[in-house]
Design a protein around this ligand. Structure first.
Ligand SMILES: [Zn+2]
Length: 223
């Protein structure tokens, strides 16, 4: 049985990036822990405490649908994680790793457009420096529509080598996405349901599956 930790900047990133894979892990009996770095709303001009609570509730509902019970909420500033010294972000990730002892970590791709995604990636890679007593042997990054594909063409394109057949768990992903309806946009925005479906179909059908989620391998250690 695997012990998974997913580290995301904002609640909804985990479902957009790997909702079906999360459902697949929990159906397999794997332990899944999710760490949310920001409250996801504090940068918005109309943000309030209740908006923050609503976003937490949405995340809890979505994670319940995907079978996840271990949630860690942090309140680093939304869309302003660059105002926090990286060392504090690293320490937060380290504290959850020490508590949960994961063997596999999923997080953001390094070159996403969103600054919080970039810093979350850096914090994870720094916290997971490969050292003798580290429990973490696998690190994978996922794509989040309206951030990964919006990165500058001068940075490395997300080029996944690891694909998870998501056909049987796609419905769970769709249900969990409904909890984040406020974060979705109308088509033809890339963070719209038709585009999410299209990406799942493309990642699937190019690999012989109906639906798939795609990952970039940051590290796999075989001991
Ligand atoms: Zn995000």
């Amino acid at each position: 049985m695997k012990n998974i930790l997913i580290v995301v900047a904002h609640s909804d990133d985990e479902t957009l990036g790997m909702g079906a894979t999360i459902a697949r892990h929990t159906a397999n009996g794997d332990t899944v822990n999710v760490m949310f770095m920001t409250d996801g709303v504090s940068s918005r001009s109309n943000s309030t405490n209740s908006a923050c609570k609503e976003r937490h509730l949405a995340a809890q509902k979505a994670m319940k649908i995907l079978g996840v019970t271990n949630l860690h909420f942090f309140d680093f500033p939304d869309n302003s994680m660059d105002t926090v010294p990286l060392i504090q972000l690293v320490k937060a990730v380290e504290s959850v790793i020490e508590h949960r002892n994961p063997d596999t970590i999923y997080t953001h791709y390094a070159y996403d457009l969103n600054i919080d995604h970039q810093l979350t990636h850096s914090a994870v890679m720094t916290a997971c420096r490969p050292q003798r007593n580290s429990t973490v042997h696998t690190i994978l990054s996922f794509e989040v529509l309206s951030s990964t594909e919006w990165s500058s063409p001068s940075t490395p394109t997300f080029n996944p080598q690891y694909f998870v057949n998501s056909s049987h768990f796609w419905e769970k992903k769709q249900q969990a996405l409904q909890c984040y309806a406020q974060e979705l946009r109308d088509f033809p925005h890339s963070r719209s349901l038709p585009c999410i479906e299209a990406l799942g179909t493309l990642r699937g059908a190019t690999n012989g599956f109906e639906k798939a989620e795609a990952f970039y391998i940051e590290r796999i250690l075989i001991s």
